[in-house]
Design a binder for this molecule. Structure first.
Ligand SMILES: [Zn+2]
Length: 226
């Protein structure tokens, strides 16, 4: 009798030992899909600098650099809304996002305007005022939806990682309407990477070296988010 139980116990623990590494491998291989949206493209150049450097080219270059950075992180798959210089409407971008059902979306822009002196990065996240509070109140809860809280969490990570690259000068986090996020229940963060209209920012944004540094800062933020 004892021998029989001992045999069962040995078999049980042997099976357990075989399964445990499997569980830890499973934990490491849970795939997160991240959509990176290089804004503008094709006929839509976005902001142009004095020497005709286009926002659409900067966002694509930085999206490629970010995809390359993320390739080394095995459990995060990066999908771009565009891989080339093509025109893409907001609806088309949204369709790609819905199809991928990602854990988060980063939409990359470069800023322009407010004179030559405006510089630094800005982060836009959907406004909490868009949430139907009355509906939530009638359900006995006024908690904000998780994806909005997650967007703020992501925004803070991106802000602290980009801080060393661009002087903020009072810019940074901004709550605003984000058309790309409308109707979606996932974190969507718009990153305005710097001002194409500011000579120093433009020089940084157009340099391959800074593009890599920006990509590294964004990759670090995404990794910390998960
Ligand atoms: Zn833009």
């Amino acid at each position: 009798m004892f021998d029989k139980w001992r045999k069962y116990t040995v078999v049980f623990f042997s099976v357990l030992m075989l399964c445990l590494p499997g569980f830890s491998i499973y934990a490491e291989t849970v795939k997160h899909i991240v959509v990176i949206d290089p804004a503008h493209g094709g006929e839509d150049t976005g902001v142009l600098s004095i020497d005709k450097i286009a926002e659409k080219d900067l966002t694509l270059a930085i999206a490629f650099a970010l995809q390359k950075e993320m390739a080394e992180r095995g459990n995060i798959e990066v999908v771009l809304t565009r891989n080339s210089d093509k025109t893409l409407s907001g609806d088309e971008r949204k369709k790609i996002i819905i199809k991928q059902n990602p854990a988060l979306v980063l939409s990359l822009h470069a800023n322009g305007g407010f004179g030559r002196n405006a510089s630094g990065f800005e982060l836009y996240y959907p406004g909490f005022k868009d949430v139907d509070i009355s509906k939530k109140a009638s359900q006995g809860s006024v908690a904000t939806p998780k994806h909005l809280n997650d967007t703020v969490k992501l925004a803070h990570l991106v802000q602290s990682n980009l801080d060393s690259l661009f002087p903020r000068k009072g810019r940074g986090l901004r709550e605003a309407g984000v058309p790309l996020a409308e109707g979606l229940s996932i974190p969507v963060l718009v990153v305005e990477l710097g001002f194409v209209t500011n000579p120093d920012d433009k020089k940084k944004l157009a340099s391959a070296k800074t593009q890599t540094l920006i990509a590294k800062a964004l990759a670090k933020s995404i990794k910390s988010f998960f």
